[in-house]
Design a protein around this ligand. Structure first.
Ligand code: ADP
Length: 474
């Protein structure tokens, strides 16, 4: 089974969120499961050049905007599977991954170049696995190309949804220039008057996967479907949910190079050291018995910050420290700044993206908050569990699939979950967690339960392999 895995971000080349973690780990896990998998990824100016092994092509020709464009392609093994990095500086040397008015041109070009690369490599993959809206163009070109026959005529396509809310919308007037003909080739893009590369990819791929079973059902409903629930219902026999794994080479408190001390489920003493170091890092008093409640996230409404705003002060009055890492919407950034200014001895904030600090917070915190409005899978709750940090989550999407509610009588469970999206429900759960934090035996049990859960990629990779094979039985 030969698989070309396309992604606009993948650790260690680029990361803005969970997709980066997944695309950095899944190709490696596929190789481990016996698949001949490669990653195809843009070469950003922010990508560490030290990761590059060699230049493989300096003259890959790509049909583009009615003409031809030549790019270089580099090879890296830093993600554990061969990764081809496409070097097109005018599109990918811009200091960040997304957020430009011509993003649809940038990633349409990436998709086009990926297909040209496969042609140049001369071995058609059995499956082209695209991820999120940047890869919708590739699936659509393949679908359109299949009608013309050709090199990739036998290649099946899988599109994975990591977040249905990001749909790659653009002006349909650009479709022709991008190389899509009228008629059906343009219709597949149309979504409420705009063109959507995600919708086109989901219309034209042979199958669709998303990153947790629960989310695969939720997106078939109006509330989470973001206008595409009809399509998810229409294609539900081609839609599966496979829960993301954790890359324990990267997220493991026994070996994590970012931590001041290491620890395991058998011996948690190093976690206390991590906590004290974290408090020092944020200039907070070294009070080890006071619980640290933490959040690491893009500061967007999806992640439940409207609820956190309502309960933050109550958490402090209940005796907790609060630590937040992330940047995003002004409303939430200024709220956290206000909270920090109001309670400087209890609150630590870092506005920005900082990978080592994310690891240090996972290790040093006691409780991790993820009260998301919706959550396709979510990774930090799984990282938290491995780091002995107890998650408090809303029972939605992958959070519901991966966190088990603590049952004090049975001593089972890995965290605390609430259902309704309101601040009272969150506050009740935070208070419950803070109560159990004071009962050291019970707390140790929850930590140990979470640390022993096996969320490694192996099982998920095997499910993808079965899915790839199933694409040939459709
Ligand atoms: P999403 O993909 O919606 O952002 P996930 O929970 O799936 O959410 O993945 C988020 C990933 O990004 C995690 O690895 C998390 O640690 C990381 N992350 C989010 N914000 C930051 C930040 N400010 N600094 C460092 N890492 C971050």
């Amino acid at each position: 089974m030969r698989v070309a895995f396309l992604s606009s971000e993948a650790v260690p080349f680029a990361k803005t969120g969970g997709l980066g973690d997944v695309a950095g780990a899944l190709p490696k896990a596929l190789v481990g499961a016996g698949v001949d998998a490669c990653l195809i990824h843009p070469l950003y100016d922010t990508t560490d050049r030290g990761l590059i092994e060699e230049k493989v092509f300096d003259n890959l020709e790509v049909d583009w905007l009615g003409g031809r464009r030549t790019v270089s392609v580099y090879l890296s093994y830093a993600a554990g599977a061969p990764a081809f990095l496409i070097d097109a500086p005018e599109y990918f040397a811009r200091g960040k991954v997304y957020g430009f008015g011509d993003d649809h041109y940038r990633f349409a070009f990436f998709s086009r170049a990926a297909l040209a690369l496969l042609g140049r490599l001369g071995q058609a993959p059995d499956v082209l696995h695209g991820n999120d809206w940047p890869c919708g163009f590739a699936a659509t070109w393949l679908w359109a190309g299949r009608q013309w026959g050709g090199f990739l005529g036998q290649t099946r396509t899988l599109m994975s949804i990591h977040n249905l809310a990001y749909q790659g919308l653009f002006d349909p007037g650009d479709l022709y220039r991008l190389g899509f003909r009228g008629g059906e080739e343009s219709n597949v893009f149309m979504s409420n008057g705009a063109a959507s590369s995600l919708k086109a990819g989901l219309m034209t791929s042979d199958a669709i996967s998303t990153v947790s079973p629960r989310y695969s059902f939720e997106i078939q409903g109006h509330e989470q479907g973001y206008g595409l629930d009809w399509l998810m219902r229409q294609r539900r026999d081609r839609l599966v949910g496979i829960t993301n794994g954790v890359d324990y080479d990267v997220w493991n408190p026994e070996t994590d190079p970012h931590l001041p001390a290491h620890y395991s489920a058998e011996d948690l003493s190093g976690k206390l050291e991590c906590k004290l170091e974290l408090l020092r890092r944020f200039g907070l008093p070294e009070e080890p018995d006071r619980p640290v409640v933490a959040s690491i996230s893009r500061l967007v409404a999806q992640k439940g910050f409207d609820l956190i705003k309502h309960v933050a002060w109550e958490m402090l009055t209940a005796g907790a420290f609060f630590v937040s890492l992330g940047s995003g919407e002004h409303e939430y950034e200024s709220f956290f700044q206000w909270l920090k200014d109001s309670a400087p001895n209890r609150v630590g904030i870092y506005r920005g993206f900082d990978e080592p600090l994310a690891h240090q917070i996972e290790a040093g915190a006691d409780i991790f908050l993820m009260p998301s409005l919706y959550e396709p899978c979510g990774l930090n709750q799984m990282y938290s569990m491995r780091y002995g940090t107890v998650p408090v989550v809303r029972a939605t999407g992958g959070l519901d699939d991966t966190v088990e509610e603590f049952d004090p009588e049975e001593g089972t469970g890995t965290g605390f979950k609430f259902g309704p999206y309101n601040a009272h429900a969150l506050l009740d759960k935070v208070r419950e967690a803070l109560y159990w934090y004071t009962r050291k035996d019970a707390w140790g049990r929850i930590q140990s339960n979470g640390m022993r859960v096996d969320n490694s990629w192996g099982a998920a990779a095997r499910k993808y392999v079965r899915l790839y094979h199933a694409l040939f039985d459709l």
